[in-house]
Design a protein around this ligand. Structure first.
Ligand code: PA5
Length: 466
């Protein structure tokens, strides 16, 4: 276990700190037996959670590091084509483990690494405008889809492949790396039939839990991020969260906190607010993880429950000037989690200037680091004073090791929450339905029944278009 660890503080979620909206000792005592039982059950179940095996795949990390180095030397630009769990992890690692404005700095400043683009949408302007800025001969494209068939990814792949082929002829193949299921799906079949380089996503790891598979690790390795440090952090978090006492497991505690605020306080909106620009996309990655894993119509016994907690992203200090008015004075319907960073990679002094003006005088000679910390403490104190429950996760620093801890913390928290609600946190039937209807609307063979269903829905639509 490393010397420094991520810390978790729920002081301000207690009634002693926030009054009526907080959890009392009685609330905790009443829930104790249930939480302890679910924790025991979760500890027994967790060896079956695919994502918990990933931090131990050292040999794969070595292979990906070597491949990342090789690809980095071959390209000026690395483009990831994927969506949802096949994009958000790569984006989160890119922005948390690299300095800001990575793509804008010189190749030398990037450690002789390529720029990185993850156009995770099918907005017609997005891909076309991106490709217009790139040189196909110096671009590598990593197409990622666990299912091997997601419409957005397949369409963007076709656009990018045609662009490569037009410029490079049959050499387009050496500019493409696929990442998909080891045996199933159209991408895997394509890899075999066209002899394309292809990496595996373990069958027991779903998209939103796949950041520590080649889905997130290959793009990170191309950028020179220390992926073994990510795995080490993840391992340390896994091992820290493996005891017999749920109160000693911070990931379970945070899951339990969210669960208790839901069932006892009717609080189902969860704001995650990092105070670090480079953690903004981690909050975005978590938003998908929490929403898709817990938003479920039925529980594991088949009963209709319409379970779900709504994740909301905010960024300190930026959103103090956008959301905090609502958070402090609006309805008491949110549980806040701050992410604090003890130490930033740099310290930026605020130079002295205009010192006769009080609006500048108190800032002069201080640091942006101190101001950001002060704003975080002030916002937390203001929320607490206004009776808004909150917890804080503290990172000693932002680097691959602590990011690895944080990712595993959130993945475990999510899987534990699935146990608390007795729902399947690893499927996404609601997303699948939308995919099926898209195939139907785009005329895909085999989706005639869905097409007919959509037609029926259209016919049944009351006259409510104005
Ligand atoms: O978590 C999930 O399973 C989803 O969000 C998927 O990642 C997303 O739908 C993309 O799927 P695929 O990787 O098959 O293209």
């Amino acid at each position: 276990m490393a010397e420094k660890i991520l810390r978790y503080d729920y002081t301000n979620a207690r009634a002693e700190a926030v009054g009526a909206a907080g959890l009392t000792t009685h609330d905790m005592a009443e829930a104790e037996a249930h939480l302890a039982r679910v924790y025991t059950q979760a500890q027994a179940a967790r060896s079956g959670w695919g994502f918990t095996k990933l931090p131990y795949r050292e040999a794969e990390a070595d292979m990906l590091t070597a491949l990342g180095n090789e690809l980095a030397a071959q390209c000026d630009d690395f483009v990831v084509i994927g969506i949802g769990g096949s994009a958000l992890g790569a984006i989160a690692l890119h922005s948390s483990c690299n300095p800001p404005f990575y793509n804008y700095s010189s190749r030398q400043a990037r450690g002789n690494r390529p720029r990185m683009f993850v156009p995770d949408n099918i907005d017609p302007l997005l891909i076309g405008n991106l490709l217009a800025t790139l040189n196909p001969a110096r671009t590598i494209v990593n197409v990622i889809a666990k299912s091997g068939s997601t419409a957005e990814t397949m369409a963007n792949f076709l656009v990018v492949r045609a662009w490569l082929e037009q410029a490079l002829g049959s050499d387009w193949k050496s500019h493409v790396v696929l990442t998909t299921d080891p045996a199933k799906g159209a991408l895997r079949a394509l890899a075999t039939s066209h002899n394309l380089r292809c990496l595996d996503i373990p069958p027991d790891v779903g998209g939103r839990f796949s950041v520590l598979t080649p889905v997130g690790l290959l793009p990170a390795a191309v950028e020179g991020i220390e992926i073994k440090a990510l795995l080490r952090g993840a391992r340390d978090m896994l091992e820290r969260c493996a005891g017999t006492d749920w109160r000693r497991d911070p990931a379970f505690f945070n899951a339990a906190l969210h669960y208790l605020f839901d069932v006892r306080k009717n609080i189902r909106m969860n704001v995650l607010m990092p105070y670090a620009q480079s953690l903004r996309d981690i909050a975005d990655w978590f938003r998908q993880l929490w929403a898709e894993s817990l938003g479920k119509r039925v529980n594991r016994r088949g009963e209709v429950v319409h379970c779900g907690l709504t994740p909301i992203n905010a960024l300190g200090a930026t959103d103090q000037h956008s959301q905090v008015q609502l958070y402090v004075e609006g309805p008491v319907d949110k549980l806040f989690t701050f992410i604090h960073t003890d130490q930033f990679a740099v310290q930026t002094a605020i130079p002295k200037g205009f010192s006769t003006d009080p609006a500048f005088a108190y800032l002069s000679g201080q640091t942006l680091n101190k101001l950001l910390h002060a704003e975080e403490f002030a916002t937390r104190a203001a929320l607490t004073k206004a009776g808004r429950p909150n917890a804080t996760i503290s990172l000693p620093a932002i680097n691959p090791y602590y990011i690895g801890q944080l990712l595993l913390f959130f993945e475990l928290q999510t899987a534990y929450a699935g146990e608390l609600y007795d729902i399947n946190a690893f499927d996404q039937p609601g997303v699948e339905q939308g995919k099926v209807f898209t195939y139907a609307l785009m005329g895909r063979e085999g989706y005639e029944a869905a097409r007919a269903e959509l037609k029926q829905m259209e016919l049944a639509r009351p006259d409510c278009i104005i």
